[in-house]
Design a binder for this molecule. Sequence first.
Ligand SMILES: NC(=O)c1ccc[n+]([C@@H]2O[C@H](COP(=O)([O-])OP(=O)(O)OC[C@H]3O[C@@H](n4cnc5c(N)ncnc54)[C@H](O)[C@@H]3O)[C@@H](O)[C@H]2O)c1
Length: 248
Amino acid sequence: MSKRDPRRVAIVTGGAGGLGLAITRALISGGCAVLLTDIDGDAAAKAAASVEGECKATELDVTRKPEFEKVLELACSHWGGAGILVNNAALTKTTPIFDISGDEFDHVVAIALKGTFLGCQVLGRYFADQRYGRIINMASLAGQNGGAATGAHYAAAKGGILTLTKVFARELASAGVTVNAISPGPLDLDSVRNLLPPDKLASVVQSIPVGTLGDAGFVARLIELLTSPDAVSATGATYDLNGGLYLR
Ligand SMILES: NC(=O)c1ccc[n+]([C@@H]2O[C@H](COP(=O)([O-])OP(=O)(O)OC[C@H]3O[C@@H](n4cnc5c(N)ncnc54)[C@H](O)[C@@H]3O)[C@@H](O)[C@H]2O)c1
């Protein structure tokens, strides 16, 4: 075991690539040790090996509560505790509304919404017992405005995450645990380029008032800031990073 200040030990879900890996790098730059988790254990191991700093990988399917419990045990046995959870895992689908099967709906919602709930439940209880914790839930612009390119299941799950964030923030505030949501618009990531054909992507970019896709590195740095020990009063909020696509 290499003992660390538990406040600077983070668990990131869906961390094998894209934004999850950017978040891992930002947390490590900020002085954290990171347990990088993903349903794809091999990809998680590769991603962790690509990061300079204290980063350990393990497999975690966020739809399974016992797996969250095991991941927490691993962080405790390896570093002596944990203080940060980033619920980042999701499955982004663009299936047209009338083509979404019941099974596909359940699957997408189980990963994004139930996965976030289980993470908040397992780590939230542990953090409350420790009287310290920082939870970040990855939401999306789609959860606020219904979405332009993504499917109804994805948008609805992300809307649910905004509500879950408030529920857990209220429940855990007096125990020293903050819970916030991050709500980006389309980011400059492979996941977006793979989902949208070039002409559709160009029209999405054209519709963004600031004229460019969002920067994953910046989103990750905001998360690092919100998970620092002095981020005491930031809780129950949703941070919009959508280039002006949605103003409220
Ligand atoms: N990319 C964007 O433009 C954008 C915009 C708004 C919000 N977001 C949100 O940011 C987060 C990351 O986005 P991304 O583009 O990096 O996504 P991504 O698809 O590249 O990565 C998601 C990761 O989650 C993992 N995953 C899938 N199912 C899982 C499960 N059951 N358990 C654990 N891990 C699982 C995948 O293996 C993958 O590594 C997601 O929550 C997404 O909804 C992204």
